[in-house]
Ligand binder design. Structure first.
Ligand SMILES: Nc1ncnc2c1ncn2[C@@H]1O[C@H](COP(=O)(O)OP(=O)(O)O)[C@@H](O)[C@H]1O
Ligand SMILES: [Mg+2]
Length: 395
């Protein structure tokens, strides 16, 4: 599991917005993600729609040493949607420093809790409070990567030195040195000032600056007020595009085939994020694939030009609760568009017939943004990105 802490003691620079949307974009790209809200104000919890969390099942209960309040990590994990889970926060968290101050190694408490068990996540995303206290120290100590959002406003670089100082201290005292990357946020292309600030920040951080720039986009504010990620709010707005690009940059090098394909679609056509809509697969998904060879096709199969004659393959999947289903694979360059869309019948079975030359093809279904294998087709192969694709061989 890779732990990413989003920290900056300056309030309003986009920490929570970054956590919410990076976490959701990663989850929609197929990664299992645990969001951890380490701010007693619980903005990330609210922003992800977790307004009704049990008050005795928050990150406070994970960190506390008071036996009657203490809970396991598993006890406090709530599902947000699909592959995204959260450990919510609670105002009680503001008392934890006082409570633990005499405990040995209290600043590494979160690190030990996360490191001491094999958690079924590829990423943990930690939202920090707007201060450089005990909680932020714990988050930095637990992090493999620290993202520092910096908004394009006056004084935004002031104070960053203190955060870097804290990281230096952690390196000296504990020997822990996470990767550090600055992220430009609230960038407004219409103002010259944003560019000036950006240049200043770039000069300061040099290569330690993420390439993705988060533009000012009002949809980000609206989404948080509704308790959903910006991708769920409006998958085509600049905020959604920027945070998906950030997720891609974060996963670069280990990006799954699915994510690469989804983002390729996004950037190539601009009809963005059609693949990154929230999963809504309530019913169990069953998939059937059958090769249809009408009489004339069977005859073609024995003809000399067999490889040039398309075989007709019907791909079907039962997903009554799905809003949209696509079939992507080698045969359509993994592109999600109108051509790869399946039609639904009245029983919730989605179907696509394709005429394909004989050969072996890799493919997957995309159900409301969720990339799934063909569950009824045992034929699958690992792809270069570590996950599996279903295989169909047409002879
Ligand atoms: N790129 C953006 N465009 C427009 N509004 C933004 C953007 N990023 C953050 N905001 C808004 O700015 C405010 C502060 O952002 P937030 O993420 O809560 O900052 P922090 O967690 O650092 O205090 C929120 O109202 C949020 O909706
Ligand atoms: Mg915040």
């Amino acid at each position: 599991m890779r732990t990413i802490s989003v920290a900056n003691q300056k309030g309003g620079c986009g920490k929570t917005t970054t956590c919410i949307n990076l976490a959701r974009a990663l989850a929609l790209s197929g990664k299992r993600v645990l969001a951890i809200d380490l701010d007693p104000q619980a903005h990330m919890s609210f922003g992800l729609g977790v307004a009704n969390a049990a008050t005795d099942k928050s990150i406070y209960n994970v960190l506390t040493d008071t036996s009657e309040k203490r809970r396991t990590l598993d006890d406090c994990i709530m599902n947000v949607s699909g592959r995204l889970d959260i450990i919510p926060s609670n105002i009680l968290l503001s008392t934890i420093e006082q409570e633990l101050k005499d405990t040995q190694d209290a600043v590494s408490k979160l690190h030990h809790i996360l490191a001491d068990q094999a958690l079924p996540y590829e990423y943990a995303i930690i939202d920090c409070p707007p201060s450089l206290g005990f909680l932020t120290f714990n988050a930095l100590r637990a992090a493999d990567l620290v993202i520092i959002p910096i908004d394009m406003s006056a004084f935004s670089l002031m104070g960053v030195g203190k955060l870097l100082g804290m990281l230096e201290l952690i390196k000296l005292k504990i020997g822990h040195a996470p990767q550090v990357k600055a992220l430009a946020t609230l960038f407004d292309r219409r103002t010259k000032y944003s560019q000036v600030m950006f240049d200043e920040i770039k000069t300061f951080f040099k290569e330690e600056m993420l390439e993705t720039i988060i533009r000012t986009n009002v949809a980000l504010k609206k989404a948080v007020a509704k308790g959903v990620s910006v991708i769920d709010f409006d998958k085509e707005c600049n905020g959604a595009l920027d945070y998906c690009a950030l997720a891609q940059e974060v996963t670069r090098g280990e990006a799954s085939a699915e994510f690469e394909a989804a983002l390729r679609e996004t950037t190539a056509t601009g009809d963005a994020l059609i693949t990154l809509t929230p999963p809504r697969v309530e019913a169990p998904v069953t998939v059937a694939i059958e090769k249809i060879q009408p009489e004339e096709k069977k005859r073609e199969a024995v003809s000399a030009t067999r490889t040039e004659n398309p075989r007709e393959a019907a791909f079907t999947i039962k997903a009554p609760a799905a809003r949209e289903v696509y079939l992507v694979g080698d045969f359509n360059h993994w592109k999600i568009n109108d051509e790869s869309k399946l039609n639904r019948d009245k029983d919730g079975i989605w179907e696509k017939k394709l005429g394909l030359p004989a050969g072996k093809y890799r493919y997957k279904f995309v159900i409301d943004g969720e990339w799934v294998l063909d569950a009824r087709n045992a034929d699958k192969e690992q792809n270069p990105y570590g996950s599996f694709d279903s295989i169909i061989a047409l002879t």
